[in-house]
Design a protein around this ligand. Structure first.
Ligand SMILES: Cc1ncc(C[n+]2csc(CCOP(=O)(O)OP(=O)(O)O)c2C)c(N)n1
Length: 684
């Protein structure tokens, strides 16, 4: 097989391997009749050098803890990643690549964490992978600082990400890159596939950044490779990145999208659709490939790339020996290491979580959150977290700990700066590295992080979000800072647990749920203002939060009415219960902090909390009410927010928007009337 695209310093075998990667990717896309062939064709030489000469990984054990991480931030180029995984000997048979983008295939449209061995993170939403890679690099630095003992190193991996023009345009990559530069993450290398083409056409239509200057301004080491096909230049740059000690490295690689396709190279036509049968043949002719062969892996290429498996085994064996020696000398650290890698918690991790005494004045749930989180942090040394420059508001400070900074990589306080988007993506990278992490901001700014929260949910990463200032009770800052639709909209996200605790003790249990979780991210919606700490000798235990909703205060006998509320509005429900009792109306109060947990309960439990025959129901929540119909039914009433808030002291706002005991009582009367009138009509 001849290759008519031989490059200087490139052997025929190298070229054969590169073209195998290209044609596998092309064939996968063509057979699926959907996908993105262009970037894999342009980037194949870079992927080849990375996987063949640079990265340390072990296809036989994709989760080997000290492996280098590879992130394909340009997730649409997934065919490239699947080709590499298959060729280097991961458990990804060719038959899976042949079923690219089909139901149940391990090769879905975009790389998915937990599905395909060797995929380190789910990518596709551009920019997210780049931010994940920064989280992974932070994790490596922290693990190294915490576990390495002098020259005895069990952590020394590197993180590589391939970023496309789209990744570079997205704001999240700017935020993450700025932080990576500030933190001097020299273990991080981004390879920027500069091919001047995006989906709509040439990037010049909307993009003229001087990327090199931008990254130099972020304190990155910036290198350039003029031609992606120049394997030596690619390798030289990657090796230079490995020896850099102060800065993350950006390698700007000039490539041609759709390289080798006579009619589609350098055109957006190569970006997002199959080349087409004739063009595939033409490209194969250009590579010196048999034009009718499909999914062809020439024996020499297969054997050469497949050597990665044995190489990986050896690296891992060497590391295992190092690890055993280290573990013998450092048994306590070794126990921590094993717990982290096994996703376990230390014995007694929840022992110090406080129980808050009843207090009519009470404390803000953000304050209780701080206390619970700190109690956990003391016993879980690998709990790291921080805030997007709102530490004093979010109460996210881990007491007595240092910040994670270039001079103190063992610090546990993460300082994200005012970068919520970056924070979201970075948290995912940290969590995918085994660390337990939280990030805080105002609930209203969770919108900035939403794409990353969604990916945490898809990836089943147990990230915790500390979202304070959870309603119009923000007060004077006004509607821009007052979340209204956020609580409900976060509830809509599958697999994310949105918890809005009512008091200090529910907050403590909410933290337990968050930390116990192994597969769900948790968003805590917490108050800025004080809320009473309920007397649990009078009301039921806050442990009820674990079931999502629970009867906080029952009435004598069969209830006439159900009052359900979350967070700061639970106190209104309790006060209304008393008022209604004076009118001989028996109301049951249900604290309803987490819909998701409630939906996980069996029907019997749900029925015991919300008996179906009781149709007079009121839900109270200082947020958009759409959705509460699910629990109050058509005859029920919802005391909620109908539009944006306003700027005023919060007590005035609660009065103005109807979050008062009187209004709740009035709605209770109305629902009772509706139900009784309905029953009368039924009897007529
Ligand atoms: C956040 C986000 N916005 C939009 C898209 C849709 N999209 C997928 S690829 C792409 C263009 C990407 O161009 P580029 O990053 O240069 O990749 P290349 O054309 O080089 O493959 C777009 C807009 C996306 N995946 N993520």
């Amino acid at each position: 097989m001849s290759a008519n695209v031989q490059q200087l310093g490139t052997t025929a075998l190298d070229q054969l391997c590169v073209n195998t990667i290209r044609t596998l990717s092309i064939d996968a896309v063509q057979k699926a009749n959907s996908g993105h062939p262009g970037a894999p064709m342009g980037l194949a030489p870079v992927a080849y050098v990375l996987w063949d000469r640079i990265m340390r990984y072990s296809p036989a054990d994709p989760r080997w803890p000290n492996r280098d991480r590879f992130v394909l931030s340009a997730g649409h180029a997934s065919a490239l990643l699947y080709s590499m995984l298959h060729l280097t000997g991961y458990d990804l048979p060719l038959s899976e690549i042949e079923r690219f983008r089909q139901l149940g295939s391990k090769c879905p449209g975009h790389p998915e964490y937990n599905l395909t061995p060797g995929v380190e993170t789910t990518t596709g939403p551009l920019g997210q992978g780049a931010a994940n890679s920064v989280g992974m690099a932070i994790a490596e630095r922290w693990l190294a600082a915490h576990f390495n003992q002098g020259e005895e190193k069990i952590v020394d991996y590197r993180v590589y990400a391939i970023c496309s023009d789209g990744d570079m345009m997205e704001g999240i990559s700017h935020e993450a890159a700025a932080l990576a530069g500030h933190l001097k993450l020299s273990n991080l290398t981004w390879i920027y596939d500069s091919n001047h083409i995006s989906l709509d056409g040439p990037t010049s239509m909307a993009y003229s950044d001087d990327v090199a200057s931008r990254f130099k301004g972020y304190h990155w080491n910036v290198l350039t490779v003029e031609d992606a096909n120049d394997l030596e230049a690619v390798e030289t740059s990657l090796r230079a990145a490995q020896t850099e000690r102060e800065r993350p490295t950006l390698i700007i690689v000039h490539s041609h999208i759709g390289y080798g396709s006579p009619n589609k190279q350098d055109k957006s036509a190569a970006h997002g659709e199959p080349l087409g049968v004739d063009e595939v043949k033409a490209a194969k002719r250009f590579y010196g490939w048999p034009e009718d062969a499909q999914f062809l892996i020439p024996q020499e290429a297969g054997e050469h790339l497949g050597k990665a498996r044995e190489r990986g085994r050896q690296w891992q064996a060497e590391w295992n020996t190092r690890y055993q020696d280290w573990a013998k000398k450092n048994p306590e650290l070794a126990a921590q290491w094993d717990a982290i890698m096994g996703g376990k918690l230390p014995e007694g991790w929840d022992k110090d979580i406080p129980v808050f005494p009843a207090d009519a004045k009470g404390i803000a749930t953000r304050e209780a959150s701080n206390k619970a989180m700190n109690a956990i942090a003391k016993r879980v040394p690998w709990l790291l977290g921080g805030s997007a420059d709102l530490e004093s508001s979010n109460k996210t400070k881990i007491d007595g700990e240092k910040s994670f900074e270039a001079e103190s990589y063992g610090g546990r306080i993460l300082r994200f700066g005012v970068r919520e988007m970056g924070m979201g993506g970075i948290l995912n990278g940290l969590a995918a590295s085994g660390l337990r992490v939280f990030g805080g901001t105002f609930l209203v700014f969770s919108d900035y992080m939403r794409a990353a929260i969604r990916l945490a949910s898809i990836m089943e990463l147990p990230v915790s979000y500390v979202f304070t200032h959870d309603s119009i009770a923000v007060g004077e800052d006004g509607p821009t800072h007052e979340p209204v639709e956020q609580v409900m909209s976060l509830r809509l996200m599958p697999d994310l647990r949105l918890i809005r605790p009512a008091d200090a003790n529910e907050t403590a249990v909410a933290w337990k749920v968050a930390i116990e979780s192994r597969k769900h991210p948790t968003a805590l919606a917490l108050t800025r203002q004080v809320v009473p700490t309920f007397d649990r000798s009078k009301y039921s235990s806050a442990e009820g939060l674990r079931r999502g909703a629970y009867v906080l205060s029952n009435c004598e006998g069969e209830p006439d009415l159900l009052l359900m509320a979350t967070g700061s509005e639970v106190q209104l429900a309790l006060a209304a219960q008393e008022k209604l009792a004076a009118e001989h109306i028996r109301a049951r109060v249900i604290s309803f902090p987490c819909w998701d947990l409630f939906e996980e309960q069996d029907e019997e439990y749900k029925e015991s909390v919300l008996p179906s025959e009781i149709r007079a129901r009121v839900a109270i929540e200082a947020g958009i009410g759409t959705g509460w119909e699910r629990y109050v039914g058509l005859e029920g009433r919802i005391v909620s927010q109908h539009g944006f808030g306003a700027s005023a002291p919060y007590k005035d706002l609660f009065q103005h928007f109807g979050f008062t005991v009187e209004n709740v009582v009035e709605h209770a009367r109305q629902t009772l009337m509706m139900v009784y009138e309905g029953e009368d009509q039924e009897q007529d």
